[in-house]
Design a protein around this ligand. Structure first.
Ligand code: 5GP
Length: 212
């Protein structure tokens, strides 16, 4: 799709998708990454051991507890949190520089991470919360995953209620009743947010030239 990016410089944005586990956030993230060449995934660091098929540096940066401690101490994280007995964090790394070049980053993080990220860089952050159509549907989606035991599912359901209680802290809320429709809405939000005047850093020189 043609847009203004070839004409005007813009600052990138930090696009956050949050939802309770099982509400479809991962599917929506994957579809967005496949459909849009300007946004890429921010790779989190975690102390959780890799699951089958997960690749270090691609899905997560898998680090030891000691490494994580050091990164916290050196202020290497935009945000970090304890989630299910492990720690997860967003390394600042290349993100700061890439934003200036107009690159966008997608974050699949929970409400705790979202609050911290907004605290550190509110102007670049756009937040979207994805709700399941019902809790019964959420449970059945979690049960459909062969990887998790009953206890784990109960734990995730309890956590889902906690996560959902933070819906009002988000800029946008989308109900994932139909994954295609949900995806389209999320995509429209991203497109509109890119057009925000304050992100279009090339506007002043552009308009100046226009008026000459
Ligand atoms: P999983 O272990 O299933 O990959 O992820 C568990 C939870 O950790 C998910 O709800 C995910 O959103 C959250 N998570 C993953 N990376 C980060 C991160 O960098 N920061 C925070 N705060 N949460 C994260």
């Amino acid at each position: 799709m043609a847009d203004q990016s070839s004409l005007l410089n813009r600052r990138g944005l930090l696009f956050i998708l949050s939802s309770p586990s099982g509400a479809g956030k991962t599917t929506i993230s994957r579809k967005l990454l496949a459909a849009d060449g300007q946004i890429k995934l921010s790779v989190s660091a975690t102390t959780r051991p890799p699951r089958e098929g997960e690749v270090d540096g691609l899905h997560y940066q898998f680090v030891s507890n000691e490494d994580f401690d050091r990164m916290v101490e050196e202020d290497d994280f935009y945000e970090w949190a304890h989630v299910f007995d492990n720690r997860y964090g967003t390394p600042k790394g290349a993100i700061r520089e890439a934003l200036k070049e107009g690159e966008d980053f997608l974050f699949d993080i929970d409400w705790q991470g979202t609050q911290q990220l907004k605290q550190k860089d509110d102007q670049d952050v756009v937040t979207v919360f994805i709700l399941p159509p019902s809790l019964a549907e959420l449970r059945s989606r979690l049960e459909g995953r062969a990887t998790d035991s009953g206890d784990v599912i109960d734990g995730r359901m309890a956590r889902a209620r906690d996560e959902i209680s933070h819906w009002a802290e988000y800029d946008y809320v989308v109900v994932n009743d139909d994954v295609e429709q949900c995806f389209e809405k999320v995509r429209e939000i991203l497109h509109a947010e890119r057009m925000r005047r304050t992100r279009q850093t090339g506007l002043i020189p552009f308009v100046r030239e226009l008026m000459e």
